[in-house]
Each structure stands twice: as C-alpha cells, then as structure tokens.
Design a protein around this ligand. Structure first.
Ligand code: S3P
Length: 167
C-alpha cells in the first residue's frame, strides 16, 4: 500500500488550540497507527477536565495527567499531549528519547479554534492568558521538539505530510 510508515510512538506537543488532536487523529489514520489523546483518556477515567480543575485543582490534575502520559508514551501510537504536560520533569525526560513534533499557532489563528472548548485555564483570561501561558512554556516545548510546524496557515493534510516525511 502507499501508507507511510512512521516510527512510534510519535508525540505531538504544543499549546491549546494548536491542532494536536485533529492532526494526531489524521496522522494516525494515515499511518494506520493507534491514536491516543491524553486529555480524552483522562476524561474517560476521571471525568470532564474542567470539573477536575474545579473540584480538585490544577496540581491534582497534573498528577493524574502524568500517570496517563507515562502510560501512553509506552504505547506504539500517535500520542497527543495536553498543552501543559511538558510542565512535568519526568515527561520532559521521556520526551527527550522520543520523536516529538511541536505544533505552533499564531495568536490570530488560534482565536477561533479556542471558541467553545473545555479549557479551564483560559476560561477567564482568554487570548491574553493563552499568550502568557505559551510564553512561559515556550522553552519547554523547544527543549523537547525534534520538529516544529506552524499550523496557522497550513491544512491538516499538509501538516501530516510534513510529519510523515520526517519520521
Ligand atoms: C491544558 C491544556 C488542555 C488540558 C487542560 C490543561 C494546559 O489540553 O490538558 O485543560 O495546561 O495547557 P489541550 O492542549 O489539548 O487543550
């Protein structure tokens, strides 16, 4: 077949709204690989993410997120991580040994993508808060990324092609 082969796991990181879930899903389908979205797996096991933040707080969320991420990174899958997963030292250590793509997006392009999402961290601060969080995490994404792609003006298909060419 003409299905591209990619090395697994292949991990997608980046800020909220960069397209990690959409790109991950399409990439996995294209390569015939399983797809894991760590936010979805957290929600399956522990309930809606905004409710976890509201009831238990961010620190608790990071603990269960680390558990789910550690498990996902041991699977032969395309794995999309929540935007803040790179905050955990052990996750960054894991990512140093894996193929990691950093999906970037401009502030202008992300605005419509964030509308309506379940994103407690920016529920109040909106785009300004999104930008502040990104600036704080930029060095963490940069430290783990093997490939960086700006998704602002690229189609999902084109992004998937760029990734399969490299990995
Ligand atoms: C978060 C990003 C979210 C989710 C949670 C916290 C973050 O994932 O994990 O709301 O800290 O950036 P997405 O990046 O998939 O929106």
């Amino acid at each position: 077949s003409d299905q591209p082969r990619i090395g697994l796991p292949l991990v997608l990181v980046g800020p909220m709204g960069a397209g990690k879930s959409r790109v991950g899903q399409r990439l996995a389908a294209t390569a015939g690989a399983p797809f894991i979205d760590t936010d979805a797996r957290i929600a399956e096991r522990y309930g809606a993410i905004d409710e976890i933040f509201a009831r238990e707080g961010e620190e608790y969320f990071r603990v269960i997120e680390r558990e789910v991420v550690a498990e996902a990174l041991r699977e032969e899958a395309v794995v999309s991580l929540g935007g803040g997963a790179v905050l955990h030292d052990d996750t960054r250590d894991d990512l140093a040994r894996l193929a990691v793509v950093w999906l970037q997006v401009s502030r202008e392009a992300v605005a419509p993508r964030l509308a309506g999402g379940n994103r407690p961290l920016i529920a109040d601060g909106g785009l300004d808060r999104w930008s502040a969080i990104l600036e704080a995490r930029r060095p963490l994404y940069a430290a783990v990324a093997d490939l960086t792609i700006d998704t602002s003006r690229r189609s999902v298909g084109r992004i998937v092609d760029d990734i399969t060419e490299r990995f």
